[in-house]
Design a protein around this ligand. Sequence first.
Ligand SMILES: [Ca+2]
Ligand SMILES: [Ca+2]
Ligand SMILES: [Ca+2]
Ligand SMILES: [Fe+2]
Ligand SMILES: [Fe+2]
Length: 712
Amino acid sequence: MKKSFKSILALALCWIMVFSIIPISSLAKSKNAKLAIGIISDPHVYPQAYMGDDISKFVADYRADTKQFEYSEQLLDVALNTLAEHAKKNGMKYVIMPGDITKDSEICAHEAVAARLEQFEKDTGITVLVINGNHDINNSDAVDYRTGEAVKDGSQITTPEKYLEIYKNLGYDVAYNTFTPPKGAKQGMMSYSVKLEGNYRLIAFDSNCFSKDCTKKGEEEHDTRGMVSEALMEWILAECEDARKNGETIIGMCHHNIVAHHDLENNVLNEFAIDDWKDVATNLANAGMHYVFTGHQHSNDVASFVTDEGEVIYDCETDSLSSFPHDFKEVVFDNTDKTGKITADYTTYRADTLFKLKDLEGNTINDFAKFSFRKVFMDGGNGDVGPYFDAIIDKYAMNTIYSIGEKIGLTEEQSFNVARDLVTNLKTLKVSDIPSTKFKDEIGFYDEDYGTLDSAICSAWYYLSCGDENIDDDEFIKDAIEQCRHGDVGARVVFTLLKTILENASGNADALGFVEEIYTSGLGIYSGIAGNLPFAPKANPQKAESPDDAETTGETEAQAEESTKKSGGIDLSILKKIPGMNADTLKGLLKNPSLVGQILGYALESMCIDENPGKEMDNNVTHIYNGKIQPSNEGEEKPTEAVTQEVTTSASNSSVPAANIPGASNPGTGGVSQTRIEVEPKVPSAELVLTLGACALALGVTAYLRKKKEEA
Ligand SMILES: [Ca+2]
Ligand SMILES: [Ca+2]
Ligand SMILES: [Ca+2]
Ligand SMILES: [Fe+2]
Ligand SMILES: [Fe+2]
């Protein structure tokens, strides 16, 4: 008896063990569960070993770039090490990367990153899943500086086939399905899907254009824009269908934004959101993809979009690891709710949150975000974006300025002075009487007497890049936007432009032609954009008696003083020095300065205000998908934006019903406009447009230069 009791006991213990261990662990794979994922986007790595023995040439050549290439390897290191540390607590199983892995598709960079990621997989047991970005394939900017000079002989360009070979162990090794484009086409060819633990399906799709079947020029050279071809969409929808049949929760990843994160993505910056984004977002959301992870624009943002059927998609964009503020994210999904509710709990971290970087001299950098912001915009000064503008003008515009100048008889020196003075005069242009002080401690830029245009640009850059925009406590930026929209900032920008040119070229017979060509060409482009803006350009109420009339019709001293006041303190008498100037010409030139101001205000507002899906709901929040949304009962308008089911801040864990979210039922105030706008501004780089953007839109000169450059 004793013996058999023992064996029964042993048998029972065995059963307990079998039931308690084996079934649970085998069930875990197919059963819904929480899932932690790390997200690193746009690391834009370039290996220091390829910058040459003396890297100063490389650093100088990329001065006009906000990406910190010389720190890109360190940034990836500290971010991965932080994720590994966090994984010990949150059990993270996957790290995903939504593209722009390299500077410009350099093979040396791809190979260095792939080696680092494979090592990370070995060290941590975490699986890394990558997708390519626009910079990563067929990019003729691929460069080798090992000789100390920029060598662009094509030897560093990564082809699509080479890319697949390099990343074979970083996604494709665990793929459930892959996409094969139709014969002769390559769009989407890196796309694959993976079944993730916890009953999720990741659909990683290649939104890029690097082959002749889809690039704008029909060449095997990358575009900045992105798209989903018909064949790729068919494949994605089939994947969604298959995942839904299996009861899997669908998660998307691609490089380009599926939902526009602010209104500028609908017009000026239309290469950031994917082509026809509303159609793509509608297809994906209706097919059951409610969360998609993107990058590309180098900023932190969540934006939502609701389809006609009431399905929502949240586009979570992660900041570029190599650009201010150098963030990465972690998300915890939960699909265990029986009703089908899916929660995504996001947390955003600075790259150097646990481990610090070293500068080129080997000194520890305490706050890399601040270091990088100041390095790009201030170069050690206070609130002075001059060096960055100088670098941009130098890199993108100087040759064009010289050639225009030459055409109208300016010396090279005069042309140079026009460019230099424009930068100086515009960045110090007063846009508000209120001092700019909000970022004095955190970043170090400020204006203690009154707010200038460069402070407005720095502020906008901060808000857009960091996310969780809240300008409630920023009296300067609120006033700057108001002054641009309805004050005389536009007029003063125009006068500054004229004054600068005339000061350097007055007396020249063609100076007027120069001014007119620049201004009208710029204005033409603005009018084109403005016709599609979500506001109607209003005539300035003061325009009827604007200074241009007075200027050319023999005004009195008192009138001149009044004109000077109206033009923001700029002495307009200089306009009289233009050879051949008459009232009609001047009127034409100064036709609509209020439009210039409105566009500048619109650009600033798009970058600084974000209520989609709600105010401060980008970085550390929980977004919940809880089935279809019923269109709101007030009015026939369907909610096309800024809608969230229920939002919980991670910190407080308090639940806020959708009705209480600012902007939730108020389309038109959030980041997404109602109509897609087709304009053709050619964008040399994200950095150029985003930074000069606010300023250049109002300038006219940059649009003109850009257009001229294309013609050249
Ligand atoms: Ca792997
Ligand atoms: Ca947002
Ligand atoms: Ca935002
Ligand atoms: Fe990027
Ligand atoms: Fe990109």
